[in-house]
Design a protein around this ligand. Structure first.
Ligand SMILES: C[S@@+](CC[C@H](N)C(=O)[O-])C[C@H]1O[C@@H](n2cnc3c(N)ncnc32)[C@H](O)[C@@H]1O
Length: 224
């Protein structure tokens, strides 16, 4: 039987992990959330308002423990990165890292992207969306949990500005095939597989994949 592929707000795309959070992650939230955290209200926001001096705004979905986010923000202060992550220890870890690295150009949304993206972020307002090593959900019965499918792909196109970039990386070949097949069918996007971009630093999940000798695939899709 084919897995259900309809995108639905009620389907969880992330893994449930224990609420275990380290002291330093909790302390980082306590100290730095006020400065870097974005509280989502009723109105849709233009993410550019979070970085009035910067022209290029990136939404990174599923930042995990935030290693790559902090490194990439530090490497390019001309971009503003909005990190969106549901896992609270990951938020603490990213806050700790950006404080240590004295990075200014990061803001953080702690929420489920499925709840935030449809109504809370203005259409056509994002310059770039990054999705690095999304959970592959390898079992057939879990395919419905894969982030990259159905209406969510149209939503990504809707939120990008014309010419905006969707950058995806995965180390799970069956998911790479799945992504290519589905994104090629979204008329607002053109693009496909690219060599590893020089600006993408290694993420924790990527390192785990490489240890298992997985091949990593990067995709660039541009909003027409
Ligand atoms: C496999 S990890 C990859 C993390 C990081 N990008 C890396 O490469 O190390 C996927 C991340 O996406 C987050 N995630 C999955 N679904 C999400 C959702 N609906 N909203 C926000 N975050 C989500 C998970 O909590 C997890 O941290």
């Amino acid at each position: 039987m084919e897995a259900q592929e309809e995108y639905s707000n009620s389907i969880r795309t992330y893994k449930l992990r224990g609420a275990r959070i380290t002291h330093s992650q909790e302390a980082a939230i306590e100290r730095h959330w006020q400065r870097f955290g974005v509280e989502i209200g009723d109105e849709a926001i233009d993410l550019h308002t979070l970085f009035p001096e910067l022209k290029h705004v990136v939404l990174e979905i599923g930042t995990g423990m935030g290693e790559a986010t902090a490194e990439m923000a530090a490497a390019d202060p001309t971009i503003g990165i909005v990190a969106l992550e549901i896992h609270r220890p990951g938020i603490g870890s990213l806050l700790w890292r950006i404080d240590q690295a004295e990075v200014e150009n990061v803001r953080i949304i702690h929420d489920d992207v499925m709840l935030v993206l449809p109504e809370k972020i203005l259409d056509g307002s994002i310059d770039e969306i990054r999705i690095y090593f999304p959970d592959p959900w390898p079992k057939l019965r879990h395919h419905k949990r894969r982030l990259l499918q159905g209406d969510f792909l149209n939503l990504l196109a809707k939120k990008l500005r014309t010419g905006g970039l969707l950058h995806i990386a995965t180390d799970w070949q069956p998911y790479a095939d799945w992504i290519a097949e589905r994104l090629d069918q979204v008329p607002e996007f053109s693009g496909g597989v690219v060599p590893r971009p020089a600006n993408r630093t290694f993420t924790r999940f990527e390192k785990q994949g490489l240890d298992k000798e997985h091949q990593v695939t990067d995709f660039h899709y541009f909003k027409k």
